[in-house]
Design a protein. Sequence first.
Length: 365
Amino acid sequence: MKIVTIVGARPQFVKAAALSREFKKHTNIEEVILHTGQHFDKNMSDVFFEEMQIPHPKYNLNINSLSHGAMTGRMLEEIENILLVEKPDYLLVYGDTNSTLAGALAAKKLHIQVVHVEAGLRSFNMAMPEEVNRILTDRISDVLFCPTSTAIENLEKEGFSNFDSSIFNVGDVMQDAALFYEKKADQNSDILKDTLIKKNEYYLCTLHRAENTNNMERLESIIKGLNNLPSKYLIVLPIHPRTKQLLNKFKLNENIKIIAPVGYFDMIQLIKNSRLVITDSGGLQKEAYFFNKFCITTRDQTEWIELVSHGYNKIVGADSKKIIDSVEYFESRTFYKETELYGGGIATQKIVKNLIKHFSDKQNY
């Protein structure tokens, strides 16, 4: 069985690494990794690949810094050329980026089976490009690996039981990755020492989504909320220079500690040792849960609604009062997992097992 895997964003490499490790246990599986270059990141050096034990891509298209249409169009053309050479049995994509959609479209039009990992997620906000990408990718996928029962329900509501596709609830590959890298983070990260941060004496906050950083009213309200949190704890805020410039327009309390953007190992350490997480990131909401931390999400929707329904996450938008009230609420609670919402770290095993069976059934059909 030959698989071409498409990756384009840094988090996709982390997920792909987890699944690639499982593929390597099977001599009858050949994987070819194609990097679109969508998220150009100077930190993704050889050291990054070695530390994270990520296979180097066979192809790097280096397509980035373009509009959505131009980027997706160029990727579609280049991926098609490579698929014609490689002739895989499956094209595998992750999540909801432009790389995901371009890869799925290219494969489908060449009658190559499309596998979508993280299928069935919905924020129900069509203004988000990610929502458009994930809906379209799901619709043209042949094998859909869902991370949660909620994702399965979303597909059922959209009529997928009437489509010629195979759907599996396998859990979340990001939990596999997080648990694998936890020990490495303990060994390799000195972020607490380097930034003079003490364990369990800070809230971790991230702020990067355009809906917050490009809207001064929302940004001001979020900062107001942070400024009014208990001053006895630090608020650690790893942010990019552009966001830092925007924050210069506001008066920040002395307990808000801005640090440079951090890598994956450092982020794991910051989550694990925090009191709780305040974020507008999608992935960080789950990672907070993986490491037993409550999360406050400064967005108006989330794809991970099971975290909200089980009481691990509160959606507060940009409402300063809700930020303050949610911190107070979670400070009075103890984090307890009644059940594993994301599979418990064996998603990659389930994906490979089901993919091998799907391939075998297809051969025997």
